[in-house]
Design a protein around this ligand. Structure first.
Ligand SMILES: Cc1ncc(COP(=O)(O)O)c(C=O)c1O
Length: 428
């Protein structure tokens, strides 16, 4: 109790910007405070290789010590503090659910909205808390007022759930879908934007842009596309499932009208957590998918009428934001880029090995996609797992055939040395 009080006193005296008090584990909070002090005194450029710091980050997770997980693009694990918060909130709820969930935990909803708005760089009145990008994007796709003949631009490289949602609207409402086929990877922002812009017609009402294309890790120039779209009165939806917490940007800087992300990916929040951003003046134009008393009203909260769900997992999102802030978004991005380059550089000159992600650092971050000549992606991913216990994912989508490899902040360079060694053997 004494050391806890001392720790709280130190924190109060420090008065720092980050709310370490939200970490219930005083040992973790004290360690975090020390490591943050050390990091802030160090050279920025060297922080990507600071294995003391990244070792501490790794020890904050509970990942398998025996299987190397390199499919963090699918879904990320949560640091232990996030798991603990989730479990703790869940246990409170079970003491008297309607009291603890609806009267106690729910008091955290508006502060959480503020925190997420801080991460997005927008107003809290533009952020709805939901379960994932699928829910957010479906809210927009089905909530927009569109009539038969209106055109929507999307690509064959978008995410299947979203393509299916648009196909449902096509079938049901007679809108026209205009499909682009992007030859990935693309290395130039203006070239990517041109594919979309060339498809605009007077009937185009919406353009659906995947901010980071999951199959190969291609980042797209949403802002460039949005600026051209807005000149023609076309609305822009950005699928940011993979981008919030992955690399640094502010949502309003994308200049899109709608943006949705999954927080269980790069923010390492509880499974089944997401957010939806809508530009303030657009909220009233979108019908709520799960209706409330004002389905065409201007309040972003109309997208949260889901009914009874786990408030425990929602509220633990706040702990994930705090953990992300300890690492720092910019430092996290630097480390992710470092890890991707670390293994790619080891294998890129091996005969038969090629890559499907962009080389341009502006257009890719942590995700890479590797092919080995003469082998199907599933053969490579199968061998990686069966022989080396390295978990990746085989991608066969349109013209893309490769194995997607996605490290995260807890991934060690040792793990990536094993990956590089395994690829060398498979390629030979
Ligand atoms: C580009 C893209 N959009 C949307 C999604 C859907 O995410 P979720 O299943 O979390 O809703 C994914 C999932 O991987 C994705 O890669």
């Amino acid at each position: 109790m004494n050391s806890r009080r001392q720790f709280l006193n130190r924190l109060a005296a420090a008065g720092g910007g980050l709310s370490l008090l939200s970490f219930a584990d005083p040992v973790f909070a004290a360690e975090a405070e020390d490591i943050m002090k050390k990091m802030s005194a160090r050279e920025e450029a060297g922080d990507v290789e600071d294995e003391e710091f990244w070792g501490w980050v790794r020890s904050s997770f509970t990942v398998s010590p025996n299987i190397i997980n390199l499919n963090n693009g699918g879904v990320a694990p949560q640091p232990k503090v996030v798991q603990d918060a989730h479990i703790r909130f869940y246990q409170y709820c079970n003491e008297a659910p309607s009291y603890y969930m609806w009267q106690i935990l729910d008091q955290g909803r508006e502060p959480l909205r503020e925190k997420l708005a801080g991460l997005c760089g927008c107003s809290a009145e533009e952020v709805a808390i939901n379960r994932n990008a699928t829910e957010g994007l479906n809210s927009i796709i089905f909530g927009l007022n569109l009539k038969a003949g209106d055109e929507v631009i999307l690509t064959k490289q978008d995410y299947p759930n979203m393509m299916n949602a648009w196909k449902q609207r096509e079938k049901r409402d007679g809108i026209k879908l205009v499909w682009l086929n992007l030859p990935l990877p693309l290395e130039n922002e203006a070239d990517i934007a041109k594919y979309y812009i060339n498809a605009f017609t007077p009937k185009t009402k919406v353009v659906h842009v995947t901010h980071l294309i999951n199959w190969v890790g291609q980042i797209t120039p949403v802002k460039m596309i949005a600026q051209a779209a807005h000149q023609r009165g076309i609305e822009v939806i950005a699928d940011g499932a993979h981008t919030l917490g992955h690399f640094e940007f502010k949502v309003p800087d994308l200049e899109c009208d709608y943006f949705a992300s999954s927080l269980h990916k790069w923010l390492s929040a509880p499974f089944g957590s997401g957010l939806l951003y809508i530009k303030k003046d657009k909220i009233k134009n979108i019908w709520a998918l799960l209706s409330n008393n004002e389905p065409d009203g201007p309040d972003i909260r109309k997208f949260e009428s889901l009914g009874t769900r786990s408030f425990a997992s929602e509220m633990a999102i706040g702990t994930a934001v705090d953990f992300h802030d300890i690492i720092g978004g910019a430092r996290k991005e630097r480390r992710l880029r470092y890890l991707k380059d670390y293994w790619v550089n080891q294998v890129k000159n091996i005969p038969g090995v090629s890559f499907n992600q962009p080389v341009n650092p502006k257009l890719s971050c942590a995700i890479a996609n590797v092919s080995i000549k003469g082998k199907k992606p599933e053969e490579v991913s199968g061998e990686l797992f069966n022989k080396y216990k390295i978990h990746t994912v085989a991608i066969n989508w349109e013209d893309i055939h490769g194995v997607r490899v996605t490290p995260n902040v807890y991934t060690s360079t040792k793990d990536l040395d094993k990956l590089a060694g395994a690829i060398r053997k498979i390629a030979s």
